[in-house]
Design a protein around this ligand. Structure first.
Ligand code: HEC
Length: 136
């Protein structure tokens, strides 16, 4: 009996873990902001580890970002509009992921100028999504 209860609890937790909520997204956004800080500090202190760590965290987190399930399943007349936003945001996410990889490669290859360029490109992409999608 106890085992069944444990299994049911575990199942419940798994289901919960799959639903991406607005709170999750805000938390991930804060991780993104922190990762950007780390990359910038890494640039200024010429600390490759910090740059790598920040860029990896950025890639990892940006791939997790998605509209909360409730918004993705929106059925009202706004649905088409929402879906379009999701497509747009996927493009932006892909770009950020690419640029994060660029940062790691350029900094490793002693080309901090290009690494900084990729960093600036990412800031622009963050803002692009915020302008277009923040009102999700
Ligand atoms: C896919 C679209 C999208 C992208 C890309 C994006 N954001 Fe956001 N961001 C949002 C949305 C939407 C919110 C509003 C919070 C919410 O309702 O989930 C937000 C909110 C935030 C917040 C405020 C969180 C809080 O505590 O209220 C920060 C900080 C943030 N983003 C940082 C970033 C950074 C840094 C990047 C780029 C690396 C970025 N975001 C890229 C959509 C995006």
């Amino acid at each position: 009996m106890r085992r069944i209860v444990t299994l049911m609890l575990a199942g419940g937790i798994l289901t919960l873990a799959q639903a991406y909520t607005k709170e999750d997204r805000i938390k991930d956004m804060q991780i993104l902001a922190k990762a950007m800080e780390e990359i910038q500090t890494g640039f200024f202190y010429n600390n490759k580890d910090l740059v790598n760590e920040g860029a990896l965290k950025l890639s990892d987190t940006i791939n997790r970002i998605q509209p909360p399930l409730s918004e993705a399943e929106e059925k009202d007349p706004m649905a088409r509009y929402m879906n379009n936003k999701i497509k747009v945001s996927n493009k932006i996410k892909k770009k950020i992921d690419q640029k994060a990889r660029n940062i790691i490669e350029r900094f490793r290859d002693n080309d901090p100028t290009q690494a900084a360029q990729s960093y600036t490109d990412i800031v622009k992409k963050c803002m692009e999504c915020h302008v277009q999608i923040r009102q999700w």
